[in-house]
Write a protein that binds this ligand. Structure first.
Ligand SMILES: Nc1ncnc2c1ncn2[C@@H]1O[C@H](COP(=O)(O)OP(=O)(O)OP(=O)(O)O)[C@@H](O)[C@H]1O
Ligand SMILES: [Mg+2]
Length: 365
């Protein structure tokens, strides 16, 4: 074996994919029914990989939109229509688009041979959304129901304050589409699907994706490290204790460890040395993150990097000089929204274990 068996950063499937057996069954069963699905997790836990794995096992057409890249409601409608053109026959789509109340400009990009779609930015929103979303329902078929994925769906609120309400008003009538919403800003996405007054309250089934179970990740690591190191179990254990089974960081660290073992380019401990490499590689980013944090957030992160106690305890406030509980609450909220910390079951932890180690090293220096 001479190709690194670990992969991080993009969507993974076999042979880089492990576990999620129960989740795969859940997703299959939901999209095989009349229901819609929401997958929630912190960033890089494997939402996209999970949904794509299941989607690829079907031969159903798929439209995926990353809401982070959408600038307005008309842009949203245009991006969906562009993808409709990609998967359904051009002539059929063209004829149906002729009945739209607001006619888009359609051009063929000569370089990519892809259809480009634009609506006038001040087009009136509701007919635009209705025409485009209802077109998906018209084109979809009972035997090959369309799958529509909205990634980072919490962004809908930023795009337009009325967008959620408008979307739900249209989508609720669709019978030939399964909508799949992904979200990584947990508090925001939960407000959309779990708050009674939200238009999307109980719109579909919610799956909260967790880290990958330790036993499974351990076997995954051992089997891939074995060919390059005789102490594979030891290495796997060390990797897992460093990353806490975070899917992305575990694969990232394992990638560098494998490389070091393969090239025999380590002195004593490949795991510690690999982590050291990754920390110095990101030193500039961490420095920048740190400079942009306020005092309370810094104290809270230092506390989390050094202690196993919950930041909501008296002992924690006192030890790390945090002041009132309300200050701690708002700091936690802010740090979660910005992705610095995540909540795992009931515990708060620093999302990036290399950043945690960077902090500890800085404190000791
Ligand atoms: N089932 C899995 N088995 C092994 N590694 C995984 C698995 N799922 C995810 N990963 C690791 O996590 C990384 C991120 O996965 P993915 O992009 O699917 O997550 P995401 O939750 O969609 O992330 P984002 O929040 O950035 O959209 C992958 O590149 C891979 O390294
Ligand atoms: Mg994703």
């Amino acid at each position: 074996m001479n190709e690194n068996p670990f992969k991080f950063g993009t969507i993974v499937d076999e042979p880089y994919f492990t576990d999620r057996i129960h989740e795969i069954e859940q997703v299959k069963s939901i999209i095989g029914s009349q229901n819609h699905l929401t997958i929630i997790s912190p960033r890089r836990f494997g939402k996209s990989s999970l949904i794509m794995k299941v989607a690829n096992q079907t031969d159903r057409p798929l439209i995926a939109i990353d809401m982070q890249l959408i600038t307005s409601t008309s842009d949203f409608a245009a991006q969906i229509l562009k993808r409709i053109y990609r998967i359904y026959p051009f002539e059929r789509v063209r004829q149906l688009v002729q009945n739209f109340r607001i006619i888009p400009t359609i051009t063929l990009n000569p370089v990519t041979s892809q259809v480009e779609v634009a609506f006038l930015p001040d087009s009136s929103q509701v007919p635009l959304l209705e025409d485009v979303l209802n077109l998906m329902e018209k084109l979809s078929a009972e035997k090959k129901k369309l799958l529509v994925i909205f990634d980072e769906f919490q962004e809908a609120r930023r795009i337009h304050p009325d967008l959620l309400r408008q979307l739900r008003a249209i989508m609720q009538y669709h019978k030939l589409i399964n909508y799949i919403f992904l979200g990584s800003q947990e508090s925001l996405i939960k407000e959309i699907f779990m708050k009674k007054k939200s238009p999307f309250y109980h719109f579909g089934m919610i799956i909260q994706l967790k880290k990958i179970p330790e036993a499974d990740f351990f076997d995954f690591l051992v089997s891939r490290l074995k060919p390059v190191n005789k102490n594979a179990s030891d290495l796997a254990q060390q990797i897992i204790s460093f990353t806490g089974c975070h899917p992305y960081y575990t694969q990232q660290l394992a990638f560098v460890v494998w490389d070091k073992c393969y090239r025999k380019s380590f002195n004593e401990n490949p795991v510690t040395e690999a982590a050291g490499d990754l920390i110095s590689m990101h030193d500039m980013d961490y420095e920048r993150w740190w400079m942009n944090l306020n005092k309370t957030d810094k104290k809270l992160l230092i506390g989390l990097s050094l202690s196993n106690k919950t930041p909501l305890s008296e002992a924690f406030y006192r030890k790390y000089d945090l002041g009132a509980s309300s200050t701690v609450f708002s700091s936690i909220k802010r740090l979660m929204e910005n992705g610095y910390i995540i909540k795992v079951d009931t515990k708060y932890e620093i999302d990036d274990p290399f950043f945690g180690q960077w902090l500890r090293l800085r404190r000791e220096a």
